[in-house]
Design a protein around this ligand. Structure first.
Ligand SMILES: *[C@@H]1O[C@H](CO)[C@@H](O)[C@H](O)[C@H]1NC(C)=O
Length: 459
């Protein structure tokens, strides 16, 4: 598809105000701009400044600031999910819905042929009368969309969704491994919470997916094909896949201080750990994890937020921890360049919460993968990698959810010990899957996605 065909093709993008959504939307925008599309991408004012450096085609992609109105319940100045604790996202959702008039006023002046959105379920109401097509682009794995899928569940409309409703996967759910176990189902209950004025999370997602012209999911058929087909058949819609949509290369080198620190260790020996920005541990659990890293005897590079009740990570370190591990361990409370770290020859293992971004970065790396999921979709991502694809190990929790240092250390050693058969098996599978999901395949996905966009708009 040459640039000439697309250059008058304007796309409007409007994702949920969270970096976990806005960043993959921008990656997608970059790939579409490569194909010559012009894009106007609306997002909160501050986010424009933060995301501008990731805009690889400023000539074609314009980041348009929207003013997020203040609503009662939100701290002043809050614009994105990163600015607030997770239990306030309902209010952010109200604020996002209040931008509707501005968005509605903006769209006719842009004259887009297509709008790509996710949570703003009212976008199709604006688009349809103007003859604009819409795609609902889901940046989470297909498994987490499928498992909360409502149309299949036949839940009466006059009562809220309950834990019992969610206890079993919906009828026809095609996977036997990508599942929640026992009490983990509770982690899905958040879908019954209000998420905007008079609407639950679950209703919002369902409406967003029902009203669009086509669905899109940030995944690959090779990995989640059956789940994607299931979602498509349940909603009666075409499902366009983009692949993981990660940028191909890391333009910026790893910071020199980390490069030098990592370079002192043997190839493939360092454990890297990061749990994403929303994962705040209890202090006791924070300390136990650090002791778990110590127990492995391996070098470790850990990026963690301070635990509950602590202002800094240093004040929460276990007693004597720094003295005992300072030669081989680094614990930081700052944002780090994860892809660059994973690509460093000394790094051999990633321990993560398996958020979708981290899941893909682990998948495409050469590191062994150890997972400690926390929330619903992270658990599903984990089951996908650990049980279905068999390329990762999940750390065992005690019944009350506690992660013991022995269990963390054993999980790491089971993949890092040179003569672990289990570790070798995971590595072989991982290599096989990484070869399958190769850069050529990604290019293929984008070519097909672009072709589908043209077909959608022309029909
Ligand atoms: C380690 O995991 C196992 C299996 O889940 C669990 O039974 C055990 O209690 C855990 N160990 C500790 C010390 O918590």
């Amino acid at each position: 598809m040459g640039k000439s065909k697309s250059s008058n093709f304007h796309i409007f993008m409007f994702p949920w105000f969270a970096f976990g959504h806005m960043t993959p939307f921008l990656h997608l925008a970059n790939k579409l701009a490569e194909k010559g599309f012009r894009i106007t991408y609306a997002m909160p004012r501050k986010a424009v400044h933060q995301l501008q450096p990731l805009n690889l085609h400023p000539d074609l992609i314009s980041l348009h600031p929207v003013t997020v109105p203040h609503v009662t319940g939100l701290p002043p100045g809050a614009e994105t999910a990163s600015d607030i604790p997770i239990f306030l996202t309902h209010f952010l959702s109200i604020a996002m819905d209040l931008t509707r008039d501005d968005v509605e006023a903006l769209i006719p002046s842009i004259k887009p042929k297509l709008i790509i959105y996710d949570n703003a379920h009212w976008i199709p109401e604006i688009a349809k009368p103007l003859g604009i097509k819409t795609i609902c682009y889901n940046v989470v794995c297909a498994a987490s969309i499928a498992i909360i899928l409502v149309p299949a569940r036949n839940i009466p409309k006059d009562r809220p969704v309950t834990e019992e409703d969610l206890a079993e996967p919906p009828p026809g759910y095609p996977s036997s491994t990508v599942l929640l176990r026992g009490p983990e189902v509770q982690s899905l209950l958040f879908v019954t919470n209000p998420f905007g004025e008079g609407i639950t999370f679950h209703e919002r997602i369902t409406m967003s997916m029902q009203k669009c012209d086509a669905l899109s999911i940030r995944t690959c058929h090779e990995i989640e094909g059956k789940l994607c087909d299931y979602i498509g058949s349940q909603y009666g819609k075409q499902v366009l896949l983009t692949g993981p949509g990660l940028p191909e290369e890391n333009k910026n080198p790893l910071e020199e201080r980390w490069e030098n620190w990592l370079a002192q260790f043997e190839p493939g020996s360092v454990i890297y750990c990061c749990f994403g920005s929303q994962f705040i541990l209890e202090k006791r659990q924070f300390q136990e994890l650090l002791l778990g890293f110590e127990l492995t005897g391996l070098p470790f590079f850990v990026a963690l937020k301070p635990p509950l009740g602590a202002a800094t990570i240093e004040e929460a370190f276990p007693k004597g921890f720094v003295e005992r591990t300072k030669e081989r361990g680094l614990v930081l409370d700052e944002w780090v360049q994860q892809p660059q770290i994973l690509a460093h020859p000394s790094v051999g293992c990633i321990v993560s919460h398996c958020g979708f971004g981290s899941m893909w970065e682990s998948f495409l790396s050469h590191c062994q993968i150890v997972l400690i999921p926390q929330l619903g979709d992270q658990i599903l991502n984990t089951r996908l990698l650990a049980d279905e694809l068999k390329i990762a190990v999940e750390v065992k929790r005690a019944e009350n959810g506690w992660i013991a240092k022995q269990n963390l250390s054993e999980a790491i050693k089971s993949v890092m010990d040179q003569d672990s058969e289990f570790g070798k098996m995971l590595k072989e599978n991982h290599n096989k899957w990484r070869d399958t999901i190769c850069p050529e395949l990604m290019t293929d996905y984008m070519d097909k996605f672009v072709q589908s966009i043209h077909e959608l708009v022309e029909c």
